[in-house]
Design a protein around this ligand. Structure first.
Ligand code: IVH
Length: 711
């Protein structure tokens, strides 16, 4: 590039950096990943270094960027809040270069002993100045532009970890503690989960957060402390601002950085324990590598480590250049956020039929691995972020969390080739209403964020879960069929549909890895034994959405036969005790699908049997059941506190019991209210159990209905 081009590029870079840092620092809404910002910054630094005449006084390289948000009171920092030089060479070289610079500045010879460093983590949050006067927290301020920050005392007071009063005696008259406000990863996930739920409930002004740092920055700069209080903020102290009266003329100030941090911890301030004192470049390299190895396992995000010359007298000798101390440096790790291009959106079917939009990306190295797929969570998220095929997006991979697309880079200067944007995302239209794996209809119920495949047992994606549910103890109770075996059977292609379970032979089973003759024989015996079942168990085993154990029993009792259930209209289903529109609709749409009927037929064909009855719907109560109060007889007497006699009768019958008029030895229960007469006497005489209304209700109350795991 000639000088004119360089000048133009430098201008362009300054403009870009200004805009992005405004978005980042003032609006808490970063528009590009940090790594990208660093690249632009370095490009500008390089131009200005080789051509000092192109440097401008207001260049972002010459000052700390930031600002005060309207609505906050500005605080002038007694001691400027500077930032530190960032070593972006993520390899060991970064550490070696810093040590070499320090040695040179101190005029050390090669034969001199190694420099001692205090090494710590570079927390990814936002810088905070906490001012304590006589041990009492009087003010908290953000960094702002380094000279002037924002007074956020009210919000910071909501952070439980930050002491309002320091521990110890002879506390300094003024002690400004500097550190980082951040959000732990688990707290962040929980926060976003909560936000998603609020949004799903229709909350208008809520959003999910891009990353923990962003959520922390947003919370600290909330004008309403009540909102800040609901955000799970944490804090680590890492340095000092103004200090007065720490001993006479600050003579009691600890002589090293590490001792200073110990002293702050002793005063009750949170100081990260993940720190050390090391010697020379080798020590730095070792710490960088050790922390790098456990970065993913840390409970919070870091973007690097920080090296500080430990001896505070040496720090003073080294001093500052423009915006940075010469005695400290941040040494980065590979970024956890990067930009890349969205090539397409695929829809994945999960184990429970949940349909998740997944971003297909131009492969990008982020968080230590090459990522080409990232989750987009659900349709609403895609729409809210307005993510479209062809966009340049920000991908994040931190810790063990699956990679995700956190946002779109709308800046045309940053994403110059995002010429044609795809259509707004519409999951239903994209799939033509059918599951991409099995072709069954997809559905999204009111109040839910996820679309689901209704294929259930027929959808290969849901197969394992469906089989496990089918085999479960409260369903078909197939002994010997656990999750490991189901994995094996499905992965080996031996089982595609539920009926195929019953066609397994000894030969096929024994061919499986780690399958002995004995376990194979046990499984076959378990399968055989499961064939004699009840209609309720069979219904439950099918894994129809919303049909738990109790509802399955209600349906079985009411209709008495499977055919009558398969043919029942929604209106007829609604007549069943405790069946509402959601359940009725779910049953109807399940049996409306021909492949579900086919499976049911095949299961009957392999020999699954149960006893059928007339059903209570046809007014002839069954008497053979043994579960709950089925077939048991009740006699009502006296006046119950809330139930009319008819209402009580209905409840009992709905639960499968019978109500008769006179007490005999065959009577199971007498339900007695006030002014009960001879019937109660008779019951006592015969030793029949007597219930009051509360006891009756408790007896009839269905056990809580667990949700079956498949659609
Ligand atoms: S020391 C004069 N130590 O990184 C030295 N900073 O540019 C002042 N940060 O936004 C900074 N962890 O908030 C220091 N252990 C640590 C840090 C740390 C995170 C942040 C700091 C600032 C940036 C430094």
């Amino acid at each position: 590039m000639n000088l004119l081009d360089l000048d133009r590029r430098a201008d362009e870079l300054r403009e870009l950096l200004r805009r992005h840092s405004h978005n980042y620092y003032v609006l808490d809404a970063p528009s590009i990943p940090d790594a990208e910002y660093d690249r632009l910054f370095q490009e500008l630094e390089a131009i200005e270094a080789t051509h000092p005449e192109l440097r401008t006084a207001d260049s972002p390289t010459q000052r700390v960027i930031g600002g005060v948000l309207d609505g906050f009171v500005a605080v002038r920092h007694a001691v400027p809040m500077l930032s530190i030089r960032t070593e972006t060479d993520t390899e060991a070289r970064g550490a070696i270069a810093f040590d070499a610079r320090v040695r040179r500045e101190l005029g050390l010879a090669e034969t001199d002993p190694p420099v001692e460093y205090a090494v710590e983590l570079k927390f990814d949050g936002l810088a905070m100045n906490l001012r304590y006067e006589a041990g009492v927290l009087v003010q908290a301020a953000t960094r702002g532009d380094g000279e002037t920050g924002e007074d956020v005392t009210q919000n910071i007071r909501t952070i439980g970890e930050i002491p309002r009063r320091l521990r110890g005696e002879a506390l300094p008259a003024v002690l400004e503690v500097r550190g980082e406000v951040y959000i732990r990863r688990d707290d962040f996930e929980a926060l976003n989960e909560r936000q998603r739920a609020l949004i799903a409930q229709g909350a208008k002004n809520e959003k999910t957060f891009v990353n923990p740092r962003n959520a922390a920055a947003g919370a600290v700069r909330q004008l309403d402390p009540a909102i800040a209080a609901r955000r799970p903020l944490s804090f680590f102290a890492y340095g000092l601002g103004e200090v007065q009266g720490w001993g006479i003329d600050n003579s009691a100030l600890p002589p090293t950085h590490s001792a200073l941090l110990d002293a702050l911890a002793a005063m009750g301030l949170p100081v990260c324990t993940e720190r050390a004192v090391v010697q020379g470049a080798d020590g730095l390299v070792g710490f960088h590598a050790a922390v790098g190895a456990k970065r993913d396992a840390l409970p919070f995000d870091i973007d690097g480590v920080v090296y500080k010359v430990n001896d505070r007298a040496l720090q003073q000798r080294l001093g500052f250049v423009t915006r940075e101390p010469r005695w400290a440096v941040a040494h980065k790790y590979p970024a956890q956020e990067q930009m890349t291009k969205l090539l397409g959106i695929e829809i994945q079917v999960g184990r429970t039929g949940k349909l998740t939009p997944v971003a297909k990306l131009e492969p990008v190295f982020v968080g230590g691995t090459t990522v080409s797929n990232a989750t987009l969570h659900n349709e609403d998220e895609v729409r809210r972020k307005d993510v479209r095929v062809g966009d340049t997006v920000i991908v994040r991979r931190a810790g063990d969390v699956i990679p995700q697309v956190v946002g779109v880079v709308h800046d045309t200067a940053m994403a110059p080739d995002a010429v044609e944007r795809g259509e707004p995302f519409d999951l239903y239209r994209r799939l033509g209403g059918a599951c991409p794996v099995c072709g069954s209809p997809i559905a999204r119920e009111e109040g839910e964020v996820d679309w689901r495949c209704t294929g259930g047992i027929t959808c290969p994606a849901q197969r394992k879960e469906a089989i496990l549910h089918f085999a479960g103890r409260r369903a078909m109770d197939i002994e010997g069929l656990g999750d490991k075996l189901v994995d094996q059977l499905v992965d080996a292609g031996l089982i595609r549909t539920l009926p195929e379970l019953y066609t397994l032979g000894l030969a096929k089973l024994c061919a499986l890895d780690r399958m002995g003759d004995k376990s194979a024989a046990n499984l076959l015996a378990g399968l055989e034994a499961s064939k004699r079942t009840t209609l309720a168990r069979f219904l439950f085993a099918l894994g129809i959405r919303h049909i738990g154990e109790t509802t399955a029993k209600d349906l079985a009792r009411h209709f008495g036969s499977l055919d009558r259930i398969v043919e029942a209209t929604e209106a007829q289903l609604l007549e069943v005790n405790d069946v509402g529109p959601v359940v009725a609709h779910s049953v109807r749409s399940f049996f409306d699908q021909p492949h579900h009927r086919e499976i049911v037929e095949q299961l009957r064909a392999v020999g699954i049997v149960w006893e059928e009855t007339e059903g209570t719907a046809s007014a002839a109560p069954e008497t053979s059941g043994t579960e709950g109060v089925t077939g048991q007889t009740f006699v009502l007497t006296g006046t119950l506190p809330t139930l009319t006699r008819d209402a009580a009768k209905e409840l009992i019958e709905a639960a499968g019991g019978k109500v008769t008029g006179s007490v005999s030895k065959k009577t199971n229960y007498v339900v007695a209210g006030s002014e009960a007469g001879s019937k109660l006497d008779k019951a006592n005489e015969l030793g029949v159990t007597v219930l009051d209304e509360a006891a009756l209700k408790a007896l009839l109350a269905p056990a809580p209905d667990p949700e079956p795991p498949v659609a």
